[in-house]
Ligand binder design. Structure first.
Ligand code: DAH
Length: 346
């Protein structure tokens, strides 16, 4: 049996309620089908008409009051809960935003693009050849016959298919470019690409990148070689760089020269890097050998030209000030990201 209630009691209980759950219980206890007010209503039938009218009006008023008070309190509690939730979920707009991760170019890609840009400006076009190359293009066509000691220097990776190797240099692209031009002049290309050798130390990796250059025309001389390479290396490394040429030997050029640049570490006074000479070799070059011209389909009596080959990692080491080339290929982002900024020169 539910307790009899009076309006002041009800008003106080509702005011003191602290949860909507409690309000629900009140609603059931007072207004529900078995609630107190409902029960009182049911008893009206047993009263005299006079009393029933008075009591009925009283109960009606009470029921309306109770319902209104419950609704009001319910709204109040819901508002408070909402408010508290909003406070809890406040966005702190002073937190720093998340910086999107931007991709970056590999230092070698930047060096290669820089080399290509300069080449294009000097009027060369870009050429490419396969990395799995025939022994003929890689050696014989370049005047390096079987058994030639120059092959030892490039002891390489052979492929299961006889006669194929991973190319040891970009020089085979010289022959391919000549063949592509089918005797037309000039042949004026830069050929960047990956090459493979059985080398592995701080300044050599088994897979590295070279860029080959070839310029053939009717009257190309050693002077063109010296002038073009001095200009090109100056653009690449900086016009103030000291350069010199030394005579050398390559089977595919005659005469052959190597180009040195002043040592960036000791600036010429001599150190471990330059083996106390003050100079570091940067590329090999020379006037294209008549046998090579013939193999490419050109007549050595009509046409002359020069070629050169350069390791691009050495240039990267110089431009970025690296002392261990292997780090370039370990793909440790923490290392590579160091080159994202500050590489204005590249
Ligand atoms: N192919 C040579 C090497 O990998 C580099 C080279 C030397 C390329 C002289 C040339 C050249 O075109 O003329 O060691």
């Amino acid at each position: 049996m539910v307790e009899p209630i009076s309006w002041p009691d009800v008003e106080r209980l509702i005011a003191e309620a602290s949860s909507t759950e409690q309000l629900k219980q009140f609603r059931v206890a007072w207004l529900g089908k078995k609630g107190w007010i409902t029960a009182q209503m049911k008893e009206l039938g047993g009263l005299s008409p006079e009393l029933r009218r008075v009591r009925g009006a009283e109960l009606n008023t009470l029921r309306n009051h109770v319902a209104t008070a419950l609704d009001a309190k319910q709204a109040l509690l819901e508002d408070a809960a909402e408010h508290e939730k909003l406070l809890r979920e406040t966005l702190d707009l002073t937190l720093p935003g998340r910086t999107p991760v931007a991709g970056l170019l590999h230092p070698m890609t930047r060096v290669r693009r820089r080399i290509e840009d300069i080449a294009l400006r000097l009027g060369f076009s870009l050429a490419y050849g396969p990395q799995v190359e025939s022994e003929w293009y890689n050696f014989e066509a370049l005047n390096i016959p079987k058994g030639h000691p120059a092959r030892d220097m490039q002891d390489t990776f052979f492929v299961d298919v006889p006669g194929l190797v991973l190319r040891t240099h970009t020089s085979p692209v010289q022959i391919r470019s000549m063949q592509d031009r089918q005797g037309a002049l000039p042949v004026k290309v830069f050929a960047p690409g990956l090459v493979y050798r059985r080398d592995d130390d701080a300044t050599h990796v088994p897979m590295f990148q070279q860029v080959e250059g070839l310029w053939l025309d009717r009257h190309i001389s050693l002077g063109d070689l010296l002038g073009t390479l001095t200009e090109w290396v100056g653009e690449l490394i900086g016009p103030e760089v000291a350069t010199r040429f030394r005579s050398s030997y390559f089977p595919f050029t005659e005469p052959s020269v190597e180009m040195d640049v002043g040592c960036a570490i000791c600036r010429g006074s001599g150190c471990r890097i330059c083996k106390d000479t003050g100079w570091v070799e940067i590329l090999g070059s020379g006037m294209v050998h008549p046998a090579v011209l013939k193999n490419g389909g050109y007549d050595p009596d009509q046409v002359s030209g020069f070629a050169f080959g350069m390791g691009m990692e050495r240039v990267a080491m110089r431009l970025f000030g690296l002392d261990d080339l292997r780090l370039l290929y370990q793909n440790d982002l923490r290392y590579l990201e160091r080159f994202q900024s500050g590489g204005d020169a590249v």
